[in-house]
Design a protein around this ligand. Sequence first.
Ligand SMILES: NC(=O)c1ccc[n+]([C@@H]2O[C@H](COP(=O)([O-])OP(=O)(O)OC[C@H]3O[C@@H](n4cnc5c(N)ncnc54)[C@H](OP(=O)(O)O)[C@@H]3O)[C@@H](O)[C@H]2O)c1
Length: 220
Amino acid sequence: MRVLIIGSGNMGRGIATRALSGGHQVTLYDINPKTSADLAVSLSTRGMPGASVAQTTKLEESARASDVVILASWYGANLRIAREFSAMFEDKLVVDISNPLNATYDALVTAPGSSAAETIQAVLPKSARLVKAFNTTFAGTLLAGQVDGRPLNVFVAGDDASARESIKTFVQSIGLNAVDVGALERSRQLEALGFLGISLQDSLGTGFMSAWHLTMPVAA
Ligand SMILES: NC(=O)c1ccc[n+]([C@@H]2O[C@H](COP(=O)([O-])OP(=O)(O)OC[C@H]3O[C@@H](n4cnc5c(N)ncnc54)[C@H](OP(=O)(O)O)[C@@H]3O)[C@@H](O)[C@H]2O)c1
């Protein structure tokens, strides 16, 4: 899959690392070109045969050439990008990974009965297919690909079933478990879960290396 990641910080690095391990072609964009260039260099020796990583400064051109665009910056920036470059998202598969935290990290900025993902979807063209994913997986755990020997669960929400399927297939291809949670509205719960995970890190002392795991019954 040709994956464009917008934002080359902690999560950009984590998702790119996993994507390369699954043999995908990754393009990195950041508001600061040096950040994405440095990340591309540091990841350039990673990955399965067929994998590649490159930096771009041509956002719209790279979006057009990609199969999926991952919004890997903070909620406010993701929303601004969705608004400012709305046309480039026509017919695109788009992933929002944000947890819309306030400046003091002790509340969500989204109103009850809404979510970052739904707010972003509202400014995207109707033909864009938005999926929420990766907001409950900490960056460090993505680098490791597992916690305590168990692959991470990636919860996937979105209104378009084929878009959810595509992202679930991508998640499985990078060695993680995809959990389909249904409509994009479920992002409200996923963002609350992401926030809860963050707020537990101090008391658990887990240094952002814990993960949410949905335990399933053994098939009969
Ligand atoms: N960190 C985690 O463990 C984790 C886990 C789950 C979800 N998330 C979510 O993932 C998102 C990214 O988190 P992060 O920890 O990776 O943040 P980060 O390390 O700060 O990375 C974000 C990157 O995006 C860049 N950026 C800012 N505005 C941009 C724009 N308009 N266009 C392109 N790039 C832009 C930032 O540049 P500047 O630094 O110059 O602003 C920075 O390099 C957030 O929404 C967060 O809620 C994070």
